[in-house]
Design a protein around this ligand. Structure first.
Ligand code: FO1
Length: 325
């Protein structure tokens, strides 16, 4: 009897907890989340983060999107670049460049400490999710960050001359090569972290950040059961378009959408998301696309989505929080 009361009390508490879920990539998602935590309690925020950009360099496990979101929430991010630590130095990298023929990925001295710590944790047997939780706790991040999977998935960009890791395509080659195909290497063996499906089911609202729909959100969606789970709760799923006036603020979303034959516009993103998104926020500049997007059965809202300062990030956070769903 005692046990029964204990279990049912726990269940009541669990059911009454109202939390928000965000699907996130890197820089665009971090700006959006920075605004969201101004208007909702960070404790109520759970963030599923793309790990398709993860890369191993110098024997270290580097998780760019997880680090960008972590550093943003810990308020240690370099705000101008949108990645890495503030007031960073690159002494270690300069020596690494002497030892290795590899220097295009800019790892700062402070940032390297995170990668050393994560690699040490994972070599001691901690999973990527456990290592992420430990790093977040050490850096004082209150929201829960969940890597999409504990298994390795690598986004590989196939170009006419060679296949390369997404980070190499993005940073070393500045997104210049023509893209023939995008591969999520390892996806067939990867599964979402257990609690993700439960979180999708129980979240009060789910936000799809203004991140790259193909190589950030698309990677998460490629994991088994994610899309189907979102479809079941479509009414509470709200997406923010990363494409504004046919282009992106940062990153190659426009190029990658074009290479897949998608229309490079907020309509193209809405069409890509239409099975599992009921609400869609586009920039005011794109107001002419509103009725076309609504013809897909998606409620569409126009707002200023260019997050150039904290006030604008907060205003967008407030706007999406008040979308009736
Ligand atoms: N972005 C760059 O544009 N140049 C870099 O050298 C670079 C290094 C880097 C190191 C650690 C890290 O966590 C992120 C880093 N980023 C860098 C950002 C990252 O490549 C991208 O913004 C994301 O992977 C795309 O979401």
């Amino acid at each position: 009897m005692k046990l029964f009361i204990k279990i049912s009390l726990k269940t009541v508490i669990k059911i009454s907890e109202k939390f928000y879920l965000v699907l996130a990539g890197g820089v665009g998602a971090a700006k959006f989340i920075e605004g969201l935590v101004q208007v909702i309690n960070p404790k109520l925020l759970k963030i599923i983060v793309n790990t398709g950009d993860d890369i191993e360099l110098y024997g270290l496990k580097i998780c760019p999107d997880l680090d960008i979101i972590t550093y943003t929430l810990a308020n240690i991010i370099d705000k101008e670049k949108g990645w890495g630590f503030q007031n960073e130095s690159f002494h270690c990298l300069n020596v690494l460049k002497v030892y290795y023929n590899l220097g295009w990925f800019n790892l700062g001295d402070k940032d390297l400490a995170t990668h050393i710590f994560r690699t040490d944790l994972m070599r001691s047997g901690y999973s990527k999710a456990e290592a992420t939780a430990i790093i977040c706790k050490k850096l004082g991040v209150i929201s829960e960050l969940i890597p999409m999977s504990n298994e390795d998935v690598q986004t590989i960009i196939h170009t006419p001359t060679k296949a390369m890791h997404f980070e190499e395509y993005y940073i070393k080659y500045k997104c210049e090569p023509k893209v023939l195909n995008i591969e999520f290497k390892g996806i067939e063996h990867a599964k979402p972290i257990n609690k993700i499906l439960e979180y999708i089911h129980n979240a009060y609202k789910i936000y799809i950040s203004p991140s790259n729909p193909i190589v950030s959100i698309g990677t998460i969606l490629s994991l088994p059961k994610i899309k189907e789970s979102l479809e079941k709760v479509k009414d509470k799923v709200i997406a923010i378009s990363p494409i504004i006036a046919g282009t992106t603020i940062k990153g190659p979303a426009d190029k990658l959408m074009q290479s897949l034959g998608l229309e490079v516009s907020s309509f193209g993103v809405a069409e890509y998301y239409k099975d599992f998104v009921a609400h869609f926020v586009i920039d005011n500049i794109d107001y002419k696309l509103k009725s076309r997007i609504e013809s897909l059965g998606i409620s569409t809202y126009c707002y200023d989505t260019i997050m150039t300062n904290l006030e604008k990030k907060k205003a967008l956070g407030n706007f999406v929080l008040n979308i009736p769903s």
